[in-house]
Design a protein around this ligand. Structure first.
Ligand code: EPU
Length: 364
């Protein structure tokens, strides 16, 4: 049922005041046959964790609440067909997977998860069963359906590495299943981000526990495991290390509104990198290919003197300059104005352009 003039303030992690002209909770796939889904809604809302909402969102907002975790197959005590009691099931689970055989395959476990399931709740569900694959991605806000859109990543892992299929509703076409090679996954990027208004993600298939190979190469994880005196870590141990690192550096949106990294880490040419090294010899960088390196935007903002900076109720987080925070009553406009100020300062000091990672939605 469509509702009118619904507040989205509690449905976005930045805690920004915003009103949806029309609002629909999507709880069952059968709703997709309705006339509303012949074309893309103005906003598809999951956990509201990677967006800046302006005061008015015209048109239709669809709040994806498709639940369900289903084990499609696999070993390691994963009884095929068993369904989570934690999370209610929807018809998302009855869609056929295309082109993949979901039978027992070594230690691998195959799961189908509804798009509206809370990401962190799902990660904990897999860790409770000792499954490996998502431990580095613990505590990322948002939903399962939003995870492939920007290919969420942290501490040396990206969600795309564990995805075997993405089930979508293509507006004007109908239900489809996309294999990873059709999803154009990249750094904080995918086809879903590049073709906005084409697909609504209804469920995601994962392959976990594959090689039991933990990603502990990231320096901060090694340091935290050493600090915890763990030398043969389990997936849950790595998740604990990541939890400790995130809690020490990143604000909890429940208490301090934010949307994680506000900008992408910029990729620059080797020539630009050399120019910067001459002036800032300690600038960190990560090689991308022969001609390019990635620079940490947090370092650039920090070195521009803006870590912990504040304009009214908007600021950068005191412990991680890449995260913009809402200290109380900021609006989407305030966030955008402050982010432009940061972009200008970084451009002036380093000659490097910062690109927003978060989506801007609505009108003020
Ligand atoms: N740095 C500073 N000052 C700061 C922040 C960072 O000097 O205020 C330096 C750090 O010392 C380090 C470098 O910048 O040398 C990189 O910082 P960090 O390891 O914290 O990671 P990041 O590049 O800032 C990225 C992701 C995060 C992810 C972490 C860990 C992007 C845009 N961000 O941050 O993702 O959690 O790596 O893997 O790629 C998100 O996307 O919302 C997010 C939080």
């Amino acid at each position: 049922m469509i509702q009118h003039n619904i507040s989205l303030s509690r449905l976005n992690t930045f805690h920004l005041p915003s009103v949806a002209e029309r609002y629909l909770a999507l709880t069952d796939l059968s709703q997709l046959d309705g006339p509303e889904f012949r074309q893309a809604p103005q906003l598809v809302l999951g956990g509201g964790s990677n967006m800046v909402l302006l005061e008015q969102v015209p048109g239709l907002t669809v709040h994806v609440q498709l639940g369900g975790v289903e084990i499609l197959g696999g070993a390691a005590g994963a009884a095929k067909g068993s369904k989570s009691r934690l999370i209610s099931l929807s018809k998302a689970n009855s869609q056929a997977a295309v082109g993949r055989e979901y039978s027992s395959d070594g230690e691998a476990v195959f799961l189908r998860v509804g798009a509206g399931v809370d990401w962190n709740q799902f990660v904990r569900y897999t860790l409770d069963r000792g499954w490996c694959g998502l431990e580095n991605l613990i505590l990322i806000p948002g939903t399962v359906g939003a995870a492939p859109v920007q290919n969420i990543g942290a501490y040396g892992a990206e969600v795309a590495e564990c995805i075997t299929a993405v089930h979508v509703w293509e507006y004007g076409v109908g239900a489809r299943t996309l294999l990873p090679e059709d999803c154009a996954f990249g750094y904080r990027d995918s086809r879903f981000k590049r073709e906005p208004g084409r697909f609504l993600i209804t469920a995601v298939d994962f392959r976990l526990n594959d090689q039991q190979e933990l990603k502990t190469g990231y320096g901060a994880i090694q340091a935290e495991l050493a600090h915890l005196s763990i030398d043969a870590p389990s997936p849950a141990d790595v998740a604990l290390a990541v939890t400790n690192i995130r809690r020490s550096k990143l604000p909890d949106w429940f208490f301090l509104g934010n949307s994680g990294s506000f900008f992408k880490n910029p990729v620059v040419s080797i020539a630009t990198h050399h120019r910067l090294l001459a002036a800032f010899e300690d600038i960190p960088s990560y090689p991308i290919d022969e001609g390019h390196v990635k620079l940490p935007a947090g370092w650039l903002i920090d070195r521009a003197g803006l870590k912990g900076a504040r304009h009214g109720d908007v600021g950068t987080y005191a412990k991680q300059a890449l995260v913009l925070v809402n200290h109380g009553a900021a609006s989407g406009q305030d966030i955008i104005a402050f982010s432009k100020f940061i972009q200008d300062e970084v451009q002036a000091k380093f000659g490097v352009e910062l690109e927003r990672e978060v989506q801007l939605i609505g009108n003020s």
